[in-house]
Write a protein of this length. Sequence first.
Length: 306
Amino acid sequence: MNALIITLLVAALSSQTAPVGAIESNLRETVRYLTEEIGERGYRDVGKLDKAANYIDQKLRSYGYDVKRQAFPFQGKTYYNIIAQSKGTNPVKEEILIIGAHYDTVAGTPGADDNASGVAGLLELARLAAEKPLPRTVRFVAFSLEEPPAFGTESMGSHVYAKSLSEEGVKVRGMISLEMVGFFCDSKDCQGYPFSCIGWFYPDKGEYIALVGNRHSKTFTKELKKAFSAVSSVPLETLNAPSFVTGVDFSDHRNLWKFGFPAVMATDTSFYRNPHYHRETDTAGTLDYRKTAELVTGLAEALRGL
């Protein structure tokens, strides 16, 4: 009897950890390919951006998706958002969810955390949704031109996409921007904040993921945290703040805000934690793939509750 119980326990544990292990492996491979096979993916090197776009496109197609490309111009060249949709199983839930991540980098960095980690997370969420469709329709969008000099302009890929959503009258439940989700630190005071007083209310170690939204997105932020915390033990902190707080709008979710859609950024807090931000040292070996895999696993389940 004891042997049987032990066998069942081992089997149960294996069934829980194996998916996380597979996700971890896939995350690692995507980050490796984007950072080492392609490398820097700046706006000037359209060839490398196209190679990254093709990789994302092919991955999504391999999961069974019909993939669309949204082309847009910048400084005489053409760039692409890559879009795939998982049809929801519940027709009553008309509002869609959007998972976004940018695949470009600034010059001089391979961009492992910023933002190959986000792209890898997006691809895994898309793969899991293809295997087990979600109640609500979800669009997976890989954006180009998040980084300067397009940042903050209407030439950002996410601005182009958000504008098209508004023009088409698409109903959006909420958008999650995966922006740097792979770097963690566990030493005292390794976690920074825009104002020292904020640190009074948040951890001094970078062992959590932050959900960052504006005031309009407060309800969506709260509901996402509730759904996530019900299925995952990954520490999650939330902040809904105005844009004058440095960093709260430093990703693609900012453009969903502009068009009135609720949106949050899921992040390891970028330069408030990661010393490799926008540097050549932002390499694949600096990331914690197990923790990112646990985040992805939690998000995949949380999406079912939204």
